[in-house]
Design a protein around this ligand. Structure first.
Ligand code: TYM
Length: 329
């Protein structure tokens, strides 16, 4: 049985990128593997969220995790700050993480550009905390989208470095994972780039059918192919990428053929895409409404999850302390 760890920042509702990029893999994996899934509330503090809103966001993400199919009986579902051992591991790992390599991280450089007024130390050390999140359960696999690839590389680097400095074979080198073999990047429908919370182009699991239709109908396209077998432009390719995930193969092929022979009608393409997104998302939305507001259930899930997570985390911390020489007198 493999050990699996993954997480998400509670900065809003879950979108199709979170679901198809990562969550769907977790849900399959919990059937056979030892899985830890958490809500990264410590990480979200780097953007200074309103304390009142943070709790609501954590509750929303948890509700949506459960509605999408994560099962607290099969996997350990918890809130990051309910497992404070991770903060200690992050501190210990930081002793072997170098400023230069942290400054070169793409996500740090991106944040420096996006929030120059708030380049805090937590942003710089974000990859160390993320490595601690992962390594604390010593997993084999981390299901994530393509945007997290560099963080996973750093996690492996810190694991390797720790093992080599202390002459142990303690931390594994976990691999980023997707069932489709390649990590995926779910695109936005606004022309280029990924679907994301900060990009403001999300289609959310909690969206109504009408909201989904509106968002898809607004998707950027181009003026249409004018030559047979021409290369598909990026915004239209993005529509096909999403269709590859939610639609029948035959439907995608038929629109591809229409594109190649210049008879494609983007209105029909979008209609097909929006109906297929609705088909995959509507059952989740219904469960969101069922679970929402069931405070006792949500509390029970996180208390149960925290207990299981801490058991595993404490064991790792005990051994790391021992290896690093923090021994009891
Ligand atoms: P976050 O909160 O931005 O996203 C959560 C998960 O959703 C995936 N994802 C996507 N996948 C494909 N296409 C997209 N457009 C897309 N948008 C988001 C992300 O890859 C991620 O798997 N740093 C992490 C949270 C984190 C974490 C961890 C993840 C903290 N500690 C430990 C794994 C293990 C983040 O910001 O993800």
């Amino acid at each position: 049985m493999k050990t699996v760890v993954s997480g998400i920042r509670p900065t809003g509702n879950l979108h199709l990128g979170n679901y198809f990029g990562a969550l769907k893999n977790f849900i399959k994996m919990q059937e056979t593997e030892r899985c830890f899934f958490f809500i990264a509330d410590y990480h979200s503090l780097t953007t200074h969220p309103d304390p009142k809103l943070l709790g609501t966001n954590v509750r929303n993400v948890l509700t949506e995790y459960l509605a999408a199919g994560l099962d607290p009986e099969k996997s350990t579902i918890f809130i990051q700050s309910d497992q404070p051992e991770v903060a200690e591991l992050s501190l210990l790992l930081s002793m072997h993480a170098y400023i230069g390599e942290l400054e070169r991280t793409a996500s740090f450089k991106d944040k420096m550009r996006k929030q120059p007024e708030n380049v805090n130390a937590g942003l710089l050390t974000y990859p160390i905390l993320m490595a601690a999140d992962i390594l604390i359960h010593r997993p084999d696999l981390v299901p994530v989208g393509k945007d997290q690839e560099q963080h996973l590389e750093m996690t492996r680097k810190y694991a390797r470095r720790f093992n080599s400095i202390y002459g142990v074979d303690f931390f594994p080198e976990p691999a980023a994972y997707n069932f489709g073999t390649e990590l995926v990047k779910i695109p936005g429908l606004d022309g280029s780039g990924k679907m994301g919370k900060s990009e403001g182009n999300g289609i959310y699991l909690a969206d109504t059918d009408e909201q989904i239709r509106k968002k898809v109908m607004r998707a950027t396209t181009d003026s249409g192919p004018t030559e047979m077998n021409s290369v598909v432009s990026e915004p239209v390719e993005n529509i096909f990428t999403l269709m590859n995930i939610v639609s029948e193969k035959s439907a995608v092929e038929s629109f591809r053929t229409d594109y190649a022979n210049c008879s494609i009608r983007y209105g029909d393409l979008k209609k097909q895409l929006s109906e297929d997104i609705i088909k995959s998302v509507a059952p989740i939305r219904e469960r969101i409404l069922e679970i929402k507001g069931n405070e006792k259930y949500l509390r029970d899930v996180t208390e149960f999850g925290a207990q299981k997570a801490r058991e595993s985390a404490r064991e790792t911390i005990k051994q790391v302390r021992e290896i690093m020489g923090l021994r009891k007198i």
